[in-house]
Design a protein around this ligand. Structure first.
Ligand code: CA
Length: 332
């Protein structure tokens, strides 16, 4: 008997999934969806009753780690394996990537690299349902309830408009959906039906994911044929005044070079950049100038390390594609 009870308790603790109770809060949310957004209350209540409490979402939120050094991050995301995965993805979706690049003015290699860092080009299987994580965090995680409540609202508006079931949106523990890891509000704003099947599907359609990433970056200022990032050497001490002063490019290359920052490539003197020292270890650093396109990538995820991993990975993928083209493969 003791064993039996133990098994029940353990199963309960580790399954982590039980239906959310339709409390007054949830009913009020459903009423609000009808009054403010015209999504029928009964429909929302039925969706909420289908939601399960996702304890992983809360545990992971509470244990989000502090950001690590670039020296920790770089070997995780800028690897030969990741670049090769990007090359394979590129070959599979070359036509779509080129079409998105042309239509939105965003490098096809950057689009590929973002999908690589986010979900390993869709190979990473998302284990959560956005419905569960967002409902759990909206109603059981006071610190960020307002944010997740807005995202749950977006998920329901989207499901209503697209005539889809909200439980079909597979996500991270924080409710970021599909290959490009879009929060539902961004699917509404930037999602594209690029394969023309009538639905924006970021979970099962790489074509839709590719165009949605491109549209997002364009909306955040990305422009083709402009530099993204260039590494630099430093001289003297004056450069320290400019290092780490915010992601938005605000110093001219001329100002920075006068302060002892020497870019490894020629860059127009009046181009604006931000400048960062990134620690590889306690006594070893890289120095980088970042431009408007880099800033656009940080709007996808507001982290210098993230955007630099995407940028370097995009360079690797581009050189694999170019090498293949020069060796007679049918790629451009
Ligand atoms: Ca579609």
């Amino acid at each position: 008997m003791k064993t039996f009870i133990f098994v029940i308790i353990v199963t309960f603790l580790y399954s982590g999934a039980f239906a959310l109770e339709l409390t007054d809060d949830l009913r009020a949310f459903a009423s609000n969806m009808e009054t403010c957004y015209g999504v029928p209350k009964d429909k929302v209540e039925a969706w909420l009753q289908d939601a399960s409490f996702d304890d992983t979402a809360i545990r992971r939120m509470d244990s989000q780690t502090e950001s690590k050094k670039w020296g920790f991050y770089k070997p995780l995301f800028v690897t030969d394996k990741k670049a090769l995965g990007g090359f394979e993805f590129y070959l599979d979706y070359e036509e779509t990537l080129k079409k998105a690049e042309e239509q939105y003015g965003v490098s096809r290699y950057v689009i590929t690299a973002i999908l690589g860092v986010e979900t390993d080009y869709g190979r990473y299987k998302l284990k959560h349902r956005a419905l569960d994580t967002l409902a759990t965090l909206a109603f059981n995680y006071p610190r960020r309830a307002a944010f997740f409540s807005r995202e749950l609202t977006s998920l329901f508006i989207l499901s209503d408009e697209e005539n889809s079931d909200p439980s079909g949106y597979m996500s991270s523990y924080a409710g970021a959906v599909g290959l490009p890891q879009f929060m539902p509000s961004n699917i509404k704003r930037y999602g594209v039906d690029f394969d023309g099947d009538g639905k924006i599907d970021l979970v099962d359609s790489p074509e839709d994911a590719i165009a949605s990433v491109a549209r997002y970056l364009r909306a955040h200022g990305y422009k083709m044929n402009r530099p993204t990032a260039v590494d630099a050497g430093v001289e003297g001490k004056e450069w320290k005044k400019y290092a780490g002063r915010g992601m938005r490019p605000k110093f001219t290359v001329k100002e920075l070079s006068e302060a002892g920052v020497m870019p490894s490539l020629n860059v127009r003197q009046n181009r604006k950049a931000s400048f960062y020292e990134l620690k590889l270890s306690d006594n070893e650093s890289e120095y980088w100038l970042f431009f408007d396109n880099f800033y656009a990538i940080t709007r996808y995820n507001p982290s210098i390390r993230y955007a630099l991993a995407v940028t370097l990975l995009s360079f690797e993928i581009r050189s694999l594609v170019q090498d293949a083209a020069s060796c007679g493969f049918d790629v451009q």
